[in-house]
Design a protein. Structure first.
Length: 137
């Protein structure tokens, strides 16, 4: 199950990123609406499968509080992975010059988006597991 969830989260993250970058292109009046991602992002998004391990301990929390935890965790993961990829010269994102950027690796203004993404990954994992359990019955 965990390997399947890693793949599901990696693929979902890629799709979300392509949609997000396409939306950003539309905001810039780029009629091509080109979305993009990187193969490096798959394992980074795949790590969201770890929510499956944390959720049973925090499921009684208010969704806002779970979102805050997920947002902090995702931004920490983004900072650590971005630092490593930047040292290797292969980091697919660069926030240098952006307002609220930390070392060009994370953007604090993206925190609400990451909190929401964490809740979306939670929803995907819960519904995927419900479907699995239904099929096994």
């Amino acid at each position: 199950m965990r390997g399947k969830n890693f793949i599901m989260c990696g693929l979902a993250g890629w799709c979300i990123e392509v949609a997000f970058t396409s939306f950003n292109a539309a905001r810039k009046k780029d009629k091509k609406l080109m979305g993009q991602t990187s193969a490096w992002m798959f394992p980074i998004y795949g790590m969201a499968a770890g929510i499956e391990l944390v959720y049973p301990k925090i499921k009684h929390w208010h969704p806002l509080h779970r979102g805050l935890l997920y947002g902090c965790s995702i931004m920490t993961g983004e900072y650590v992975s971005g630092s490593i990829l930047k040292k290797l010269g292969v980091c697919p994102w660069n926030y240098d010059g952006c307002r609220f950027s930390v070392k060009g690796i994370i953007r604090m203004d993206f925190f609400p988006l990451w909190a929401a993404a964490g809740l979306l990954f939670e929803w995907l994992l819960l519904h995927s597991n419900e479907h699995e359990n239904t099929l096994k019955s």
